[in-house]
Design a binder for this molecule. Structure first.
Ligand SMILES: [Zn+2]
Length: 77
């Protein structure tokens, strides 16, 4: 997998699945993930969460809107 755009420093190759909260699933493919993008397209009036893979597809849709990033893994210091 290669990301076309730069600035993907927050997209690790290996995702962690041990966060204490309820599992977060992509609203498009249904897979768990530690990071999702809050987006909205012409296909839906409601905000949805898309994993990076689905985001790449959905960001090409008409009326695409970006509403933020959701991260599950809390950074430990
Ligand atoms: Zn997905």
């Amino acid at each position: 997998m290669t990301f076309s755009s730069a600035g993907w420093a927050d997209a690790p190759c290996s995702l962690r699945f041990d966060w204490p909260m309820t599992s977060m699933r992509c609203d498009y493919c249904g897979q768990d993930g530690s990071i999702h993008y809050r987006i909205r397209t012409a296909a839906s009036v409601n905000w949805r969460f898309a994993c990076p893979e689905c985001w790449k597809v959905q960001s090409q849709q008409p009326q695409y809107q970006y509403g933020g990033t959701r991260k599950a893994n809390r950074r430990q210091r």
